[in-house]
Design a protein around this ligand. Structure first.
Ligand code: SAH
Length: 407
């Protein structure tokens, strides 16, 4: 005898503070536990919670997480909607269609879904040629993971789909849902990195265990600008990871490129990326060197003024708000030391991916360091988010870079 089907629990209804109501109405995707005034019952992980306004009208629906202070991540706000298969597919297709117009066939690595700002809170989907990587930052997706995977496979027909998990959800993934970081959800197993194209350059990505989803796809536009500045220059790429900026500089005609990273694994990957692009004459002719070192110390200790282009793109230096001041100071030290190592006419490219350090204060800090160096300088440009990594609300803004030419 089969067990009777459990009856569906009644809708999870929420009432929130006036401030939260206003924020959600204007498109903010986060509802904190502290903003909830009334809740119709206990909610479970990943179920849909509906916010009603003070006149009892539908305001928004989102993914509920009873454990997190970020209690509801909004999926849809405005008119009432039914989140059926057609709705989810359309949500996915909206993001896919945009990307189709942004990228030529020479770029097969890019972000398809960028979390909240693409309407997929706490979820990222990256493309590396025919492999897709789905990365989750909240456990609230696990109860509906099968559906999400089905929509991705049906809509995008990849050869392979890999699951990546942020560190904070790896134990619940394993214990409650039987999923693991680096698990292949669909397609053949992998014994080596996947290779994809970015503006015609070939790169490898370790999609199973590399940082982020295997590559820093968010720096594509900055790399392209670096290529245009590199002709004849001696380049230092600090925090080089797998040599993203280095390959562009080399193709742009750099005389030499020196990579510095703490991780030998990352430097080895950069070496393989140079090997993958030996058909490009400029890359073949560029002298490539790597130094395994702490870049903070190396830049502070180096004495010789011998570079013409210096890229400084450290990992996030402020993971929490209380690390903000120290981070800003550290960006300053890096810039000051980098400027010291630049020859006349040399270019500093300073980047930051710390969301807790705002773009304007970062730019001001780097300009201030340049002024304190007492060397004349001109600002070439500042940059923010690339189109495939949109930031639709203030907390989503993390990426910024500034380019200074130092006389
Ligand atoms: N610019 C890179 C991304 C940098 S990610 C790109 O375009 O792909 C940050 C890198 O800094 C990582 O590779 C990490 O290994 C490295 N790293 C972290 N701390 C470091 C340190 N103290 N010194 C040198 N490298 C460091």
């Amino acid at each position: 005898m089969s067990e009777p089907k459990p009856s569906r629990p009644p809708l999870l209804r929420l009432r929130v503070t006036a401030a939260a109501e206003k924020a959600v109405r204007s498109g903010h995707p986060w509802l904190f536990a502290s903003s909830i005034r009334e809740q119709s019952r206990d909610g479970t992980l990943g179920e849909l919670g509906v916010i009603y306004d003070r006149h009892n009208r539908f305001l928004a629906v989102g993914l509920f997480d009873p454990e997190s202070p970020l209690r509801l991540r909004v999926l849809h706000a405005g008119k009432p909607a039914t989140l059926d298969d057609a709705w989810w597919r359309e949500r996915l297709m909206q993001a896919v269609r945009k990307r189709e117009t942004w990228f030529a066939a020479t770029t097969t690595g890019y972000r398809i879904l960028h979390g909240e700002s693409d309407g997929w809170p706490g979820l990222v989907l990256d493309r590396y040629d025919t492999t897709l990587v789905l990365k989750l930052y909240t456990a609230a997706w696990f109860p509906r993971l099968d559906d999400v995977v089905r929509h991705i496979l049906d809509t995008l027909a990849p050869q392979r789909l890999v699951l990546r998990l942020s560190r904070n959800i790896q134990s619940v993934a394993k214990e409650t849902f039987g999923h693991a970081d680096g698990e292949i959800l669909f397609g053949p197993s992998l014994s080596e990195p996947v290779v994809f194209l970015e503006n015609g350059l070939r790169f490898e990505a370790d999609v199973i265990s590399g940082q982020k989803t295997g590559f820093f796809l968010d720096q594509r536009e900055n790399r392209a600008f670096v290529e245009s500045l590199a002709q004849g220059r001696a380049v230092l790429n600090a925090f080089s990871f797998s040599g993203g900026f280095s390959l562009y500089a080399a193709r742009g005609g750099a005389r030499s490129v020196t990579d510095i990273d703490l991780s030998q694994h990352a430097l080895d990957s950069a070496g393989r990326n140079f090997a993958l692009n030996q058909s490009v004459a400029n890359v073949r002719q560029c002298a490539h060197e790597s130094i395994q070192a702490n870049a903070f110390d190396w830049l502070a200790d180096a004495r010789e003024q011998k570079f013409d282009l210096l890229i400084v793109d450290p990992p996030s230096l402020a993971k929490r708000q209380d690390e903000h001041d120290r981070a800003l100071q550290a960006y300053g030290h890096l810039a000051t030391n980098a400027i010291r190592l630049l020859r006349t006419g040399g270019i500093l490219v300073a980047a930051s991916c710390s969301a807790h350090v705002k773009a304007d204060e970062f730019f001001d800090k780097i300009r201030q360091c340049a002024r304190q160096s007492t060397r004349p300088f001109t600002e070439l440009r500042t940059t923010r988010h690339p189109a495939d990594h949109p930031a639709s609300f203030p907390e989503a803004e993390y990426l910024k870079a500034i380019y200074l030419r130092i006389s």
